[in-house]
Design a protein around this ligand. Structure first.
Ligand SMILES: [Zn+2]
Length: 269
């Protein structure tokens, strides 16, 4: 799992992570004294907390639905939309390839495009909650977080006239106490197995296509974006790359389905 996650990172991010690791290890060697040794359990605890909060693929305490068991299907997911400049074309592309997907909406955007939200639902796709906006919820107090999630869920349910079952926090960052709130609300946490960094600035369709091509296998949850949270440019490169990769999926006999379909096809026994 870690190798697949690692191979999906762009080279610049890999360099940064390696530099941090080398820096951290060197620092430990330089200042290894009793104070450092005494602090080790605290550091280990903080490390575990950070892993659980910031890496949704690691299900230590906070449990994400991170991978399905299907032998012939992938779950398609799109975050940070809807975007009227991209989502309608995306719906058309999905329709032509008989594909279904789960759209994780930002309520601040969905509020302005109610007709588009209804079209997504009437086309047989699924809508999940990505948040009121894209702020980092892990920094938020528990009371404010609960109120915000309740309001965002209710607003989104009113917009699409359907219950919402899935929540994917912005960046996949969520504290364990917030996870308990989400679970009590009956929401499932949505993770992903393949992210291709399709919101990178100046990323070319060919790069997204190549990252997708070397990453996927049946049961995966693909993370793509039909919107960009804080920027104004449209996700044109992602759309072009998806258009190119669709025939590859069908040539391999892979169905493209919603997260709930993958969940239902996954055997938990
Ligand atoms: Zn997002």
């Amino acid at each position: 799992m870690f190798l697949r996650l690692w191979s999906s990172f762009p080279r610049s991010l890999k360099k940064k992570i390696l530099l941090c690791c080398v820096g951290g290890v060197s620092t430990c060697f330089i200042i290894r004294n009793t104070v450092v040794r005494k602090a080790l359990p605290v550091c280990a605890g903080m490390g575990l907390w950070a892993l659980d909060t910031f890496v949704p693929q690691v299900n230590l305490f906070t449990r994400y639905f991170g991978r399905g068991q299907s032998k012939d299907a992938l779950a398609l997911t799109f975050d940070d939309g809807p975007d009227p400049r991209i989502t309608p074309y995306l719906l058309d592309l999905l329709r032509r390839h008989k594909a279904k997907a789960t759209f994780f909406h930002l309520v601040s955007k969905a509020k302005h495009t109610p007709a588009l939200v209804r079209e997504i639902v009437s086309s047989g796709h699924e809508i999940g909650l990505h948040g009121l906006d894209h702020q980092k919820v892990w920094t938020m107090g528990l009371k404010k977080f609960r109120h915000q999630i309740e309001y965002a869920r209710k607003t989104l349910e009113d917009l699409c006239a359907k219950p919402i079952f899935w929540y994917r926090p912005p960046h996949g960052f969520l504290r364990f106490d917030q996870y308990l709130v989400v679970r009590r609300m009956g929401l499932r946490l949505a993770g992903w197995t393949v992210g291709v960094w399709d919101t990178d600035e100046d990323v070319r369709p060919q790069e997204i296509y190549s990252r997708l091509l070397r990453s996927f296998r049946p049961g995966d949850i693909l993370l793509l974006h039909d919107g960009v949270a804080d920027k104004t440019r449209p996700q044109t490169a992602m759309l072009k790359a998806l258009e190119e990769i669709m025939p590859v999926f069908s040539k391999q006999g892979l169905r493209l389905i919603t997260l709930s379909q993958l969940w239902n096809e996954t055997n938990y026994s």
